[in-house]
Design a protein around this ligand. Structure first.
Ligand code: ACO
Length: 311
């Protein structure tokens, strides 16, 4: 029976079919998906914080409305993804406990501060731009609920990227001070965004198996390269300099070469010691605790409904 189930699973993966929640799947496949989808959900939820920070200080009603919509989208993505992970038999409480205790990972990128208004544009352009690059291939992930969730998530991310780029285009037509703010934000975010794609393929413990299972479709390094190649012309249109003296077109490879990423700094941030890790986690835990009364009320209401139904 189990050899037969394994063969059925392998055939489906080889034929590029979708695995659904009720299908048999190897424990390791399930575990990898729970790990990746829950980390992804946590990233969306923690990702609301660096931008939420600017809602009350947006420079106009239009920018404020856009920013609120975007941060709300991120919250929606998180809930969507927790639901996708729940189809694999893990509970939301378990996942949240992992996040709140500091055991679970979430994207390194959200542990850096957003220092000025230009950061809102750069987070949209570069951080969400990197997120889309990484997430479009996940629409073809072999696990059905994750793949389907990613379609809507990517559409919304595309709006996030465009609003960021547009905000920067406007600032770049402004005063010398505004242009300097944009360049400063690009300088601070560029390298962090390159690291977002994860460790180099050679140092990525999960990649080979995840690619074989059709969870990951494009490797960390290949996505990073695609991101660099796509971003260079956008930077030119914007009129900013990407802070990498080694960044140049390589005619032979037909790609841009780029400099060394600081992986020590990346791992230190992933392991809890980035500039904002403690603040982000504390804010998240407080928000969860402050919402306890809502969960209590919902539970009390549902119990009341049940007792009324049995009367
Ligand atoms: N930040 C934090 N941790 C990271 C990052 C990062 N940018 N990149 C890799 N890692 C972690 C992995 O989670 C893994 O940790 P674990 O073994 O404790 O789970 C470890 O580093 C080794 O990395 P890989 O072997 O490359 O791991 P994986 O195959 O999972 O690839 C990746 C990492 C590319 C992030 C993948 O999980 C993925 O595509 N996830 C879905 C997309 C996502 O989470 N995006 C979040 C940011 S976008 C946004 O929310 C707006």
């Amino acid at each position: 029976e189990s050899a037969e189930s394994q063969a059925r699973f392998d055939n489906k993966i080889d034929a590029d079919g979708k695995i659904e929640p009720q299908d048999w799947m190897p424990d390791a496949y399930r575990k990898t998906l729970v790990r990746q989808i829950s980390q992804h959900a946590h990233s969306e939820i923690v990702g609301m914080l660096p931008e939420g920070n600017w809602i009350s200080r947006a420079p106009s009603l239009k920018r404020k409305a856009i920013l609120i919509a975007k941060v709300q989208d991120e919250g929606g993505h998180g809930l969507y993804l927790y639901s996708a992970a729940e189809t694999l038999g893990t509970s939301r409480d378990q996942m949240l406990e992992g996040l709140h205790s500091g055991k679970a990972k979430y994207s390194s990128i959200f542990n850096y501060p957003t220092l000025n208004w230009a950061d809102m544009g750069v987070v949209g352009w570069l951080v969400d731009g990197a997120a889309i690059m990484n997430q479009i291939p996940l629409c073809r992930c072999s696990y059905g609920p994750y793949a389907r969730a990613m379609i809507r998530v990517c559409k919304e991310e595309s709006f996030h990227q465009r609003q960021g780029y547009e905000a920067l285009l406007v600032m770049m037509q402004g005063t010398a001070e505004q242009k300097a703010m944009v360049q400063d934000a690009v300088n601070r975010w560029w390298w962090k965004c390159l690291a977002m794609f994860g460790p180099p393929d050679a140092d990525s413990p999960h990649s080979a198996q995840a690619m074989r299972w059709g969870i990951k479709r494009i490797s960390n390094d290949d996505l990073r390269q695609k991101f660099v190649d796509a971003t260079v012309p956008q930077a030119k249109v914007l009129g900013v300099t990407l802070p990498d003296p080694d960044l140049k077109w390589n005619e032979e490879r037909q790609h841009h070469d780029y400099g060394q990423i600081d992986w020590d700094e990346f791992w230190s941030t992933v392991n809890g010691n980035g500039p904002c890790n403690k603040e982000r986690l504390a804010t998240r835990v407080k928000a969860h605790n402050d919402g306890q009364w809502v969960r209590n009320a919902a539970l009390a209401y549902s119990r009341k409904q049940q007792t009324q139904a049995t009367k």
